[in-house]
Each structure stands twice: as C-alpha cells, then as structure tokens.
Design a protein around this ligand. Structure first.
Ligand code: PRX
Length: 683
C-alpha cells in the first residue's frame, strides 16, 4: 500500500496488534442455539474448499434450496478461465425475489406463520408500542396489490421505482411489490435531503416514487413527501409522473395531480391477480446508491439470482437460522442501506425465520428501548453497528441490565471496524459471554457478507472479521497483485467471482471498471478491489484497516469526501473546502471540514460560530444530516502540492490532533499554510 496513504491505516494496525484475546464458540451443549448448522472445523474446511475449487457444485446445491421457475443451465459462466469481472450466475434460470420470500412459503403450507414483526416508535397511552405481525400470506397479498397498482400506473419490468419511506411494514411491502413485478427498486434512506433524492431520481429516471407523509424519529415527525415534491418541482427530478404516498404521521402536504394515496390505491386492487414475474437470474433486482470518491453517487446494480443465493446462504450460516425453532431475527439497520435490503428482507425471508422491523430511535422514549424490544419479542439474533454499540456503552450498563436478554443466540456487527473495547462490551454485556459475536465485513457492492466468523465454529478475536466466507477468495495484496506477508498492510481484493457481486454502476460502465477493476491485476485478469486496506495475521485472520480512497466511513455509512466538499463550496461564503475523517468517540470517524471563506465573508469578522451553524445546515440540506461536519475549521489557504492537489493526508493529521506531522511534506508548496492551519480556531 502507498505509504503516504497510511497514517490512519497504520494507527489502525497499532491499536489492534495488541489484541490477543481469542473467544471460542460455545459448544453445542452449552449454547443457547438449538444447534450449530456448522459445528466442526473439519466440516467448515471441507465446505470452504469445495466452494472455492468447485463453485458449480457448491452453489448449485445451495441454489436448489430456493425456488426457481426455470432451472439454470450453468451455475457460473466466466468470460475466460480465471476471470472475475462480468461472470454470469445461474445462466438460463428464472426466479423471483418476492416469490422466494413470501409465496413459496404460502404454497408450502406456512402462509399463516409470522414473516415480519413490526414495532412502532410512538407509544400508546398505556406505554405500549403498536405491534403489527405480518404473515407470509400478508406479504404475498399486500405485495400483489401494490404490484398490481404499480402495473396499472404503467410500471414495466426493468424500470426503476424510487422508494423514500420510514421503517414501516409498507416499506418492506414496497420493495417486495417491485420485486414481484420485476421492477427494480432504488431505496433512498429517509435521512437524505431533497437534493440527494433529486440526484438519485434523475440518474435512475424513475417515473414512480413511493413515499410517506413523514416518519417518526425521537417523537418528532420528519417530513418525507415534502422533500420528494421539492426534488421534483424545484430540483429537477422531472421524470416523475406518479407519487404514491402513505399516511403515517398525519402530516398533510399539498396535493398534486400526480399524487396517489397508498391505501386508497391498494383498495382498488384487492382482487387483481398479480403473480410473481419470472426474471432471468442476471436481470437487475435493485439499485442502491452509494457515495464514491468523486462526483455523484453511484447506483450499485445487483442481480436477481446470484444476489438471492448469496443473501440466503450468508444469512443462513452466519446467523445460524433454523426455521420452526422459535427464532426471531433483528437487524437494526434501515432498509435504505444494503444491510437492511439483505438482512432484513432478502436473506432472512427465504430462510423462513421471522424478521423484526423497528420504526424509530434506540433511545426513545428511553435508552433501554432496544433491550426492551429484545425482551418482549424474544429476539434470538441481533445485528447492529459499532457506532450504535459505542453509543450504548456511553449510555451505561444500567439500560441493558434492566432487561432480560437471555433469548439471544448470536450477535453481529457490521458497517465499520469494531474496536476491541466495544467488541468486549457487546460480547459481555449484551451477549452475556454466551453468544458468538460475528463481525461481518462486506459492502453495498458485495451484496452480502464476504469475510466473517461462523458462529458455531470460528474462534473470534475482538476487532477481526476472521475468515473469508464460503466461495470468497479474499486476499491482501500489494499493487502488483502479490500477497503481502502476514501482518503487513495491503489492499483487500477478491480473486474469484462470487454470486452476490455487483453487476455494474448504473449507466456508467467506465466508472464501474475504474472503481473496482483497475487497481490490481493478477495473471492478466483484473480482480475485485474493495477499496479497503487490510492485513492478515499469523493465524490467517483478516483485520480491516479502513478505506484507502477518499471515502470516509461515518457511523457505518460511506460518505464521499468529494461530495461533501462540493456541497460546501455551493455555500455562498465558501470558496474552497477539503474534508477528512478524524477519530470520533461514538461515530468511529467524524468529519472535519477545512474551509476557505470568500474575501467578503472573511472581512466580516462576524460570528464564526453562527457561520459554522449555517454551513452545517447547508450540508444537511444538500446531502442530509449524516454528512454534517463535526468540526469546521476556517483557514486562509489549504496545503497543496505544486501541481495544486490538496494534501489531505496532512489535513488528516491536523484533524486528529497530531502534534507532529509525521508525513512527507517535501511536495508541499507553501509551508506557512501548515503552521497557520494548526493554529486556526476550530470547533
Ligand atoms: O470500509 C468497509 C466498511 O464499510 C464499507 C462498506 O460500506 P457500505 O457499502 O455502506 O456497507 C456497509 C454495510 C455492509 C467497507 O468498504 N465495513 C463494513 N463492514 C465492516 C467494515 N469495516 C470493518 N469491519 C466490518 N465488519
């Protein structure tokens, strides 16, 4: 790895190198799980070996556990032996995501079983939440109604429907309805701004948007449809012809000609048949926009067949899902992120284990809300993010201690590296030292887990995501593609195709190739480059060291520094901006913005604090609250190379409060800038 890129990464290694604790999975006799699906090292090794050397047999067997309308002819077709890029999976097969999650269980006699349990954020007068339980039949019927309504609005197979809602059952139904009729969905997280919605709708050219009048967050209403209207009417999302809006918060908005009320619309399609559309395995299932290092967000494109097989397989073995064993699975992510797509819906439903959906904030009305939910619903698998875990730690042990968490069998972490301290707290305080903790490494692009422990078999080390999952040939290499020595940092790559891999960046083949397939070549073939730095220890455990591109991971959400910078300079007071990550107690990484003000603004030596607030608000409006800088530092100039490139690595050191700049500064154009920056007023 480029040494110059390394300050953050190197410190990542340092902090984990000292971590030598190893936790063995509880043996079956003492485990809270009915049994471990994989319970011996030999079995795990045999399956891993088969998945790598004979993927056709391995994945063919797994895929047969799902329902296909037409069987596949070949499990995988590589462009040439050894190539990874553009591999096609389950060629010739047809299937449907919604069918596999709902209809097939109904047809097999499980129609009345619980598929999804939903709990509202607001509480009734008696202090209890609203709880709705949806069976597989409910999912089938409601997705069919909405599917029929979408078709009636002219939605065609392959077209992209944008969804912007809070965490309500209708959100799940909306995804399933799209899947049912073969439309691709593009879900936008409810925290994004009108501008972010407009950019995504424009890229996807959606004609139909499904939204709601608002969502509940910490007792307040966050408007949603208003933002959709703004995106369409003033920000250029002009492809939209229909907006379907769910009434959730009684937050009425101006009625437009293009509007349809969600429930009234569905009522009209009570009896319209809407069977699941057979889709080619390689057709597009959905787009999910993610930040890149440059320019606008990328629409990560997933397939139907390969994605489903990977989602189903990883969910089953990583969380040890066993139908009819009384399990309830809960992933706290929002459906607007890949974690929600794969591990609230598409991976869990086909495994026929109920999935829990919670509408609101973890500290509403009190900081024990999540533990209360686990106790009341007897949750068996709990999957959350390190940023949340650090917040729970900060709030104190008294909150989880109030509740009985003994139903838990497996606990999981995702989204960013989990620091050993948070790992231990989670393992002991939430898992009572009795639940395997699976630290799952993956990305929007990988569709599902790629490096992770398996609960019944992998001894875990706090801070390490352990070993590659079945079928994943992950390695840590240098830029020439050679594996680096144990404990040496390098680039994380995947050298063989896997079914859940992204199929493209929507409408931008060049960006797809440049971002993922042009950094490392092995034997003349490009391999998948994840954009993360990693090292493998002496026991072959992987330790993720963080992003190597200009992307920062805040609370488990990737944000492109470029995107934040362009939003900053769109503020009238700002002429230039550079954004870097800095250590943050709860979020893991926080955002520091170095900002140069326009001469007029700089002259007005007014209230800098008020200006910071205004700039923060501006970012919230342009991108969303998650991108608000934690610290804004005003500066007369930014450190640049002679060729004019901003030297972000220096800024990173300054942002993280390093006294001495340990970096190579030989290419710095003007040294005084550095000294000035260190002295600048910051907040
Ligand atoms: O940097 C890695 C980090 O999150 C990135 C993927 O972000 P996103 O596509 O938004 O998906 C998040 C949920 C899958 C990765 O490139 N990351 C994710 N999980 C881990 C992680 N870093 C370390 N350990 C993890 N378990």
């Amino acid at each position: 790895m480029d040494k110059n890129n390394g300050s953050k990464e190197e410190s990542g290694i340092q902090s984990v190198l000292h971590e030598e604790r190893v936790f063995s999975p509880p043996p079956e006799s003492s485990s809270r799980s009915p049994r471990w699906l994989i319970n011996s090292k030999e079995e795990y090794e045999r399956l891993y070996e088969e998945s790598i050397s004979d993927p056709a047999t391995f994945y063919g067997r797994i895929a047969s556990e799902l329902s296909w309308f037409t069987p596949w002819k070949t499990v995988l077709e590589q462009k040439s032996a050894g190539s990874v890029l553009d591999t096609e999976w389950f060629v010739g097969g047809t299937l449907n995501l919604c069918y596999n999650g709902a209809d097939r269980h109904v047809e097999a006699g499980f129609g009345d079983d619980t598929a999804l349990v939903w709990e509202s954020e607001p509480l009734n007068e008696d202090g209890s939440p609203e709880v709705r339980t949806l069976t597989y039949r409910d999912l089938q019927e409601q997705s069919a109604r909405l599917g029929a309504a979408l078709k009636d609005l002219g939605v065609q197979k392959g077209e992209i429907v944008t969804i912007y809602m809070g965490m309500v059952p209708e959100l799940a139904i909306s995804l399933l309805a799209c899947a049912r009729i073969g439309a691709a969905h593009s879900v936008i997280f409810g925290g994004f701004s009108a501008q972010a919605i407009a950019d995504r709708i424009e890229d996807a050219q959606s004609r139909v948007v499904i939204t709601a009048d608002g969502l509940f967050r910490r007792g307040k209403i966050v408007p949603l449809k208003e933002k959709v209207d703004e995106a369409i009417d003033t920000l250029g999302a002009s492809s939209v012809e229909h907006v379907i809006s769910l009434t959730r918060c009684k937050n009425a908005t101006a009625h437009q000609k293009r509007d349809h009320d969600y429930h009234s619309l569905l009522e009209r399609f009570q009896d319209t048949p809407c069977p699941c559309e057979p889709l080619g395995a390689e057709e597009m299932s959905f787009l999910l926009y993610t930040s890149g290092s440059t320019g606008k967000p990328k629409g990560i494109q997933h397939s139907v067949g390969g994605y489903l097989v990977h989602a189903y397989l990883t969910a089953k073995y990583v969380f040890n899902l066993i139908p009819d064993s009384g399990q309830t699975f809960w992933c706290t992510a929002d459906i607007g992120w890949i974690t929600g797509h794969t591990y609230i819906l598409y991976g869990i439903l086909p495994n026929r284990v109920p999935t829990l959906l919670y509408e609101g904030a973890p500290d509403f009305p009190e900081k024990d809300r999540l533990w209360d939910i686990i106790e009341r619903h007897q949750v068996t698998q709990f999957y959350t993010a390190p940023t949340a875990i650090r917040a729970f730690m900060k709030w104190g042990d008294e909150f989880p201690k109030r509740r009985d968490l003994s139903s838990l069998q497996v606990i999981g972490s995702v989204g960013e590296p989990i620091n050993p301290e948070a790992w231990i707290w989670y393992y002991e305080t939430i898992g009572a030292g009795k639940c395997p903790l699976v630290d799952t490494y993956w990305q929007t692009e990988t569709g599902g887990h790629v490096i992770t422990p398996l609960p019944g078999v992998t001894p875990t080390k706090p801070g390490s995501c352990a070993h590659p999952f079945f079928g994943i040939d992950a390695a840590v290499v240098d830029r020439t593609g050679r594996e680096v020595a144990p404990n040496e940092g390098g680039l994380l790559v995947i050298r063989k195709p896997w079914p859940g891999m992204l199929r493209g960046v929507y409408g931008d083949r060049k960006r797809f190739l440049e971002t993922y397939w042009s950094t490392v070549t092995i034997d003349g073939e490009p391999v998948y480059t994840a954009g993360d730095g990693a090292r493998k220890d002496d026991d072959g455990y992987f330790w993720i060291m963080g992003r190597i591109d200009d992307v920062i991971n805040v609370s488990g959400h990737r944000l492109g520094t470029m995107e934040i910078e362009s939003a900053l300079v769109s503020h009238s007071a700002v002429v230039e901006a550079a954004v870097v990550g800095m250590p943050h107690e709860v979020k893991g990484t926080g955002i520091t913005a170095f900002v140069t003000l326009s001469p007029q603004e700089a002259e007005r030596t007014g209230n800098l604090e008020a200006l910071r607030d205004k700039i923060r608000e501006h970012i919230a409006k342009e991108i969303g609250s998650i991108a608000k800088p934690d610290s804004i530092r005003f500066t007369d100039a930014l450190p640049k190379t002679r060729s004019g490139k901003i030297m972000r690595r220096l800024l990173r050191d300054i942002a993280s409060g390093k006294e001495e700049i340990a970096q190579d500064t030989s290419t710095l154009e003007d040294f005084s800038v550095l000294a000035d920056l260190k002295e600048q007023d910051s907040s």
